[in-house]
Design a protein around this ligand. Structure first.
Ligand code: 0GY
Length: 318
C-alpha cells in the first residue's frame, strides 16, 4: 500500500470487505464475515477510548491458523482493525488471542509491535512456555492470558494446569481473562474465586438474557463480582446474547447496565470485531458503539468504561 497505489483503508470503502481465508485455508461454509458496510456511529466516544475486546485473524497466508482450531474464520488483518478503530472514534485496542490461532500468538504479537503503542494484548499460553517467551510477549504488550471454557471452541484444560499458568504469569503483573457460559459458573465459581490476579470475564459470563436480570443465574455472577474486588467483566457482545436481536438488542440492556452501575471501575467494553462464529446475523459495528450510551448512561460512566478502566489495566495509567 505504498506509492502510487497507496489508498486509505476505510470501513465500507474499497478493499474493506472480507475476501475469506488466505494461504492454504478455506473459510468455513456458512461463516459470516464482518460487516462490509458498518455505519458511522452517532455516539462519539470520549478522547482516549479503548476497544478492549477485538481480534485479528491471520491473514492465514502470513499467520497460519492452528491445527487444533474448531473453526476457520475469514482473514481479519491488523490494517482492517486500525481502520475500524479510527472510523468508530477509538484510539486504542486490546487484541485478544482467538482460539483459531491456538497458543500461537504471532498474529497478535505482530499487530501489537506495529501498533505504535496503541494496542495491548491478551495471549493464550501453555504451562511449559519458557521465561524468555513470556518476556517476549510482555515486551510486545501482552498483559493477560485467556482461559476458555466454552466447549464448542476448545478441549478442556485441567484446572491444575491453568493454575500453573497463573503462577507463571502473575509475577509479570498479568491478569486472567476467562470465557465461559452462564450454566458453567456454578462449577467454575471456586476456581475463579481462587485466582490471585485480576480476573476479567468475557461477555458478562454469557447470561441467558431470557431469564430475569434479578434471578438466580445472573445473581450468581453479581455475587462473584461483589465478593471478589479483583473480578472485572466485559459488558460486550449484545449480538451474541440477545434473543430480541438487532438493531436494539433490548433484552441485553438491563444486564449490561446493571454491571456498569454496580461496578463502574471494573467494566470494559469492546466491539468483538470481527465477530467469530456468528451464524444468524453480523452486527453493525457502528450500531454496537451506539449501544454504549444505553448501558453507560452518563459521561462519567462512559469515561470510566471506555478510558479509565482499560488504561489502568492495560497501560498502567491511573
Ligand atoms: C469471542 C467469542 C467467540 C470466539 C472466541 O477465541 C475465540 O475463538 O473467543 C465465540 O465463538 O463465542 O469473544 O470472540
Amino acid at each position: 500500500m505504498n506509492g502510487a497505489n497507496a489508498f486509505r483503508l476505510v470501513p465500507g470503502g474499497p478493499g474493506w470487505a472480507s475476501r475469506g481465508a488466505s494461504g492454504p485455508f478455506t473459510m468455513d461454509a456458512g461463516w459470516l464475515p464482518f460487516d462490509p458496510h458498518p455505519s458511522k456511529p452517532v455516539f462519539v466516544p470520549p478522547p482516549g477510548a479503548v476497544d478492549a475486546h477485538c481480534h485479528v485473524f491471520g491473514p492465514g497466508a502470513s499467520f497460519p491458523y492452528a491445527r487444533e482450531r474448531k473453526y476457520t474464520p475469514c482473514d481479519a488483518s491488523k490494517e482492517h482493525l486500525w481502520a475500524l478503530r479510527d472510523y468508530l472514534g477509538f484510539e486504542r485496542n486490546v487484541i485478544v488471542q482467538a482460539t483459531c490461532h491456538g497458543a500461537d500468538n504471532r498474529a497478535v504479537v505482530d499487530a501489537l509491535r506495529t501498533s505504535e503503542g496503541r494496542a495491548q494484548g491478551v495471549a493464550t499460553v501453555q504451562a511449559d512456555i519458557s521465561d524468555a517467551e513470556l518476556r517476549e510477549l510482555h515486551q510486545a504488550g501482552v498483559r493477560g492470558v485467556r482461559f476458555n471454557f466454552v466447549k464448542r471452541l476448545v478441549e478442556t484444560t485441567p484446572h491444575e494446569l491453568l493454575a500453573q499458568i497463573v503462577r507463571r504469569v502473575a509475577p509479570l503483573g498479568w491478569h486472567v481473562v476467562i470465557y465461559f457460559e452462564a450454566a458453567e459458573l456454578p462449577g467454575l465459581y471456586g476456581f475463579i474465586a481462587s485466582l490471585p490476579t485480576i480476573v476479567v470475564i468475557d461477555h458478562m459470563g454469557r447470561p441467558d438474557v431470557s431469564k430475569s436480570v434479578d434471578g438466580p443465574e445472573f445473581g450468581l455472577f453479581i455475587r462473584l463480582m461483589r465478593e471478589h474486588p479483583n473480578i472485572w467483566s466485559k459488558v460486550t457482545c449484545p449480538d451474541r446474547l440477545s434473543k430480541s436481536g438487532p438493531p436494539g438488542y433490548e433484552d441485553v440492556v438491563p444486564f449490561a447496565r446493571k454491571l456498569v452501575d454496580a461496578f463502574p471501575d471494573r467494566v470494559l467494553w469492546g466491539t468483538d470485531w470481527p465477530h467469530p462464529n456468528l451464524k444468524l446475523h453480523m452486527p453493525d459495528d457502528g450500531g454496537l458503539v451506539d449501544f454504549i450510551p444505553r448501558i453507560a448512561t452518563t459521561p462519567d460512566l462512559q469515561k470510566r468504561l471506555l478510558v479509565d478502566n482499560p488504561l489502568r489495566l492495560y497501560w498502567n495509567q491511573t
